[in-house]
Design a protein around this ligand. Sequence first.
Ligand SMILES: C[S@@+](CC[C@H](N)C(=O)[O-])C[C@H]1O[C@@H](n2cnc3c(N)ncnc32)[C@H](O)[C@@H]1O
Length: 287
Amino acid sequence: MEADQGRQGGSSVDDESTATRRDAGTTESSRANRGWWDRNADDYQVEHGTFLGDDRFVWGPEGLDEVEAELLGPVEALAGKDVLEIGAGAAQCSRWLAAQGARPVALDLSHRQLQHAMRIDGGKVPLVEADAGALPFKDASFDLACSAYGALPFIADSVGVLREVRRVLRPGGRFVFSVTHPIRWAFPDEPGPEGLSVSGSYFDRTPYVEQDEEGRAVYVEHHRTVGDRVRDVVAGGFRLVDLVEPQWPAWNTQEWGGWSPLRGNLIPGTAIFVCERDADPAGGAGD
Ligand SMILES: C[S@@+](CC[C@H](N)C(=O)[O-])C[C@H]1O[C@@H](n2cnc3c(N)ncnc32)[C@H](O)[C@@H]1O
């Protein structure tokens, strides 16, 4: 097994797979990640479920909580809003949204992740098993969309997903998504001092791939620079309203894979993009 240099997802390479950097397209990435999340959902929920909470909305390992951040807008304005959560995992964020009076739908590629959602609330939050690249909803179905490390770090065609999200949002709708901060790709994914020295090029967009003995991808992450992400947001039809880089708070002493208080005090670990679909001009057709 090669060194786990590129993975930003915070857990180790499967014993029987090898880590490399190579191209991986939409279909291969999606198939690999569905399998990986199905196999690893149980461990993920055991490892991170307490930190995530059953009904909290946490944007990333720093612990930035939507109740304080209000990136989707004022908490009191969420009531009655139709909200799509993409890459929802066990739907913790959706459950918090429902508690505020919103009408969330939690979408994920992984059947096993969604089974954890069912385990937690017995099916109170509507769940949809689908790929973020082909959202099974009519145009203009939602007021808001959100994604806490769901889908965007894992997909080859980021613009395609953004266009899909724009399509299902109503004019004036907001999409907020968090991803691994792009600067992290230049560093080893290690929580200790070894994670503080640049080990690769920030500009190398070659996907991080774990593959089996036959060379089939079993896990894929896609890297984009900050500039790439901004261009993707614009190409997807959104206006970038804010880019939030949460600072590591003093209260959080918990490591999450390569995210740690040590590194979090020195370099950003998460980037949160706040995007809006402009309201259509009066009388406009909507696209
Ligand atoms: C790091 S987890 C985040 C889950 C949840 N937001 C949380 O904070 O625990 C990433 C999630 O994205 C999902 N995912 C990965 N690729 C996806 C895709 N193409 N479409 C939809 N979901 C995807 C995975 O199945 C996984 O549940």
